[in-house]
Design a protein around this ligand. Structure first.
Ligand SMILES: [Zn+2]
Length: 237
């Protein structure tokens, strides 16, 4: 009922201020029905991404492939100021987060039922220039649409270059040591949440920072993954 009302309200808004679908460009609301269906989560792919020195692999849960409509919607959200696209991506991210929390792999004796309630979501802060350009944090926005609030634990230790033009090695060098976790992180359980899995460099750095502060990283969840081969990554399912 609430959803129906909300959609009616959005339709009314679309009449006042016609907009285009962020997936296909058709004149519609933020996301037309066909594109909304295209970014609905299907099977969650699970990747084990190789960890850096002395760390085991990080298990990453990915809801969508980063191509076609999903790619266009994500680009619209991240690069074209289409904050209205966040809502359509929320089911995908929620599914990946859910899978990551359920599939949490904790060494030691934390039973899954207890772990689930204690698991917090850690997001990677935007670089200063990205935040200035966008005026919002894309992942935080999608999480909010999914009714989830991330923990405020990771901060930039230094500013990094934009990753998009960098290769695998450059990305990990660019990211290394770029994040730091707040001191109150010790003993808390985290799933790291990000938008796109490319080489795993960002997730790896987030994990390093959380673990360096005594946090326990159970896995990661992303909206989409690129087709690029992950260095040391193994698809589990
Ligand atoms: Zn569309």
């Amino acid at each position: 009922m609430r959803a129906a009302f909300r959609h009616a309200a959005l339709d009314a808004l679309a009449v006042l201020a016609p907009t285009t679908c962020s997936g296909c460009g058709a004149e519609d609301r933020a996301l037309c029905a066909a594109c909304r269906a295209a970014v609905a989560p299907n099977a969650v792919a699970v990747w084990d991404v190789a960890g850096s020195a002395g760390r085991g692999p990080l298990r990453v849960h990915c809801a969508l492939d980063y191509d076609g409509i999903a790619r266009r919607v994500l680009v619209a959200l991240k690069e074209a100021g289409r904050t209205d696209a966040a809502d359509g991506l929320a089911p995908a991210l929620l599914t990946a987060v859910d899978a990551a929390v359920r599939g949490a792999r904790v060494s030691g004796s934390v039973p899954p039922a207890v772990a689930r309630e204690r698991v917090e979501l850690a997001i990677v802060p935007s670089t200063r220039s990205a935040f200035r350009r966008r005026g919002y944090h894309p992942v935080r926005l999608v999480l909010a649409c999914a009714g989830l609030r991330p923990a405020h634990v990771l901060m930039a230790a230094r500013q990094t270059a934009d990753q998009s033009s960098l290769g695998v090695t450059e990305r990990s060098v660019n990211r290394a040591g770029s994040l730091v976790a707040r001191p109150a992180t010790r003993g808390r359980l985290f799933v790291i949440v990000d938008d796109i899995l490319t080489t795993g460099a960002t997730l790896g750095e987030a994990r390093r920072a959380l673990e360096a502060a005594g946090g326990i990283v159970l896995g990661a969840a992303v909206i989409a993954r690129t087709r690029r081969r992950l260095p040391g990554g193994i698809q589990v399912r």
